[in-house]
Design a protein around this ligand. Structure first.
Ligand SMILES: [Zn+2]
Length: 137
């Protein structure tokens, strides 16, 4: 059977602050720039979840995108949207809430829930110009 990659795009807003308490204020300001702002700031995140697999002969789908959307909303978006990532999401007490780590968080939350095909990539835009890809490594 032919194989395709199905992509679902989702959106959320969240606040964060990138700050490594093990390093000096100067190091943090230089390393993280505006993302080190002490009183947090927001981003409009765009998320793409990509699932690759065989096209099912009976449905013509790799995966039902409606089902995929609900999984990503329930497992990830619901926990991130309109949240302060540093304060509201336990994962980010242990990990800096960078786009990279947010993509890893989303991957870990959904990878075992994909009903058909396999999760190929989580792509997360932090700004219209900056995005990260995570493929499970
Ligand atoms: Zn930021």
């Amino acid at each position: 059977m032919p194989r395709c990659t199905v992509v679902r795009r989702l959106h959320f807003n969240a606040a964060h602050r990138l700050h490594n308490p093990a390093r000096s204020d100067g190091w943090n300001a230089e390393t993280f720039g505006p993302c080190n702002n002490p009183n947090f700031h927001g981003h409009n995140y765009e998320l793409e979840v990509m699932v690759e697999g065989e096209v099912d002969a009976e449905t013509g789908y790799v995966v039902d995108v409606g089902v995929l959307k609900r999984i990503v909303e329930d497992e990830a978006i619901r926990h991130l949207d309109h949240r302060n990532l540093n304060l509201d999401v336990p994962f980010f007490r242990e990990h800096l809430p960078s786009a990279e780590n947010i993509a890893v968080y989303i991957w870990q939350r959904i990878v075992d829930r994909i009903p058909r095909g396999r999760l190929k990539r989580v792509r997360l835009w932090e700004t219209p110009r900056n995005w990260v890809d995570y493929e499970g490594d």
